[in-house]
Design a protein around this ligand. Structure first.
Ligand code: GLU
Length: 270
């Protein structure tokens, strides 16, 4: 090995060590992260829980006119905070999108996701899920009087989906001939439906219903193409084990006390 090659090798090793140190630092400096520790204890010590929620998906997670996070998922977060910290308001909400939910969870930016998250076998490979807390199914939002009466009617036609949602995968699987157009938000997809760019928007019944309730010119097809369960997602690995047990206890306790029925009523959900 020449002197120059040795120099390059040493430089590469030093660069690799520096990169590793900085990467770890970035990981550890985040308040939601404590790899190898116990996330439950971390949250209790920190004094607040960091929850990834939607900020644009009524009635599950959105921001009301006073600037507060509200919704069905948000209320579950308050119940978890009450159990963990004896105060329903020790929650820091972090807005998440379908496309970045898992990245924020795995980067340690949030402790958990309560974000209209469907439990799927594929997702269970890279996140731990609580027991189900809400059952829904995918359907289509169309304009009233539309010729689209079933998924099949969208063959070779444009249909809107939210990037990163389960409905994106479902429509590509069930109707490969549909022209799938992706949107980042429900508002964007809804606007595309209104202006005729797409002939339908497919997603969870529970989410799309909010649009048919606020706008009588759009409606939901009554058929659901899937049966889906929402769950709370946690980082995989031992750090979340105890927290997952606590969360499942909160969910069954809310169920037993009829809190989910009250919340469904409060947020106009079936
Ligand atoms: N439940 C679906 C999912 O987890 C859609 C959620 C959403 O778009 O908010 O992908």
């Amino acid at each position: 090995m020449t002197k120059k090659q040795k120099g390059l090798l040493i430089f590469a090793i030093v660069a690799l060590i520096c990169w590793t140190i900085f990467w770890r630092y970035d990981y550890y400096k985040d308040p939601a992260t404590k790899k190898g520790g116990d996330l439950y204890k971390t949250i209790v010590k920190r004094g607040y829980v960091i929850v990834g929620v939607k900020n644009d998906t009524p009635p599950f997670g959105y921001i009301d006119s006073t600037g507060q996070y509200v919704g069905f998922d948000v209320d579950i977060a308050h119940n978890i905070s009450k159990e963990l910290l004896h105060d329903p308001n020790k929650v820091k909400f972090v807005p998440v999108k379908d496309t970045d939910r898992f990245r924020l969870l795995n980067n340690g930016k949030v402790d958990m996701l309560i974000a209209t998250m469907t439990i799927t076998p594929k997702r269970q490979i890279f996140a731990d899920f609580s027991n189900a807390y809400y059952i829904t199914g995918q359907t289509l939002l169309v304009k009233k009087g539309s010729s689209v009466r079933s998924l099949g009617d969208l063959s070779n036609k444009p249909v809107g989906v939210i990037y990163g949602s389960t409905a994106e995968e479902t429509i590509k699987f069930l109707l490969p001939s549909a022209k799938v157009l992706g949107y980042r938000t429900y508002e964007d997809a809804y606007r595309a439906l209104k202006n005729g760019t797409v002939l339908g928007v497919t997603s969870d019944d529970a989410i799309l219903r909010a649009y048919s309730l606020k706008d009588s010119s759009v409606t939901l097809l009554s058929k659901r193409y899937t049966r889906d369960s929402y769950g709370i997602a946690l980082r995989r690995g031992g750090e979340s084990d105890y927290l997952l047990d606590v969360i499942n206890t909160v969910i069954s306790d809310m169920d037993n006390r009829g809190v989910f029925i009250q919340l469904r009523h409060k947020w106009g959900l079936s």
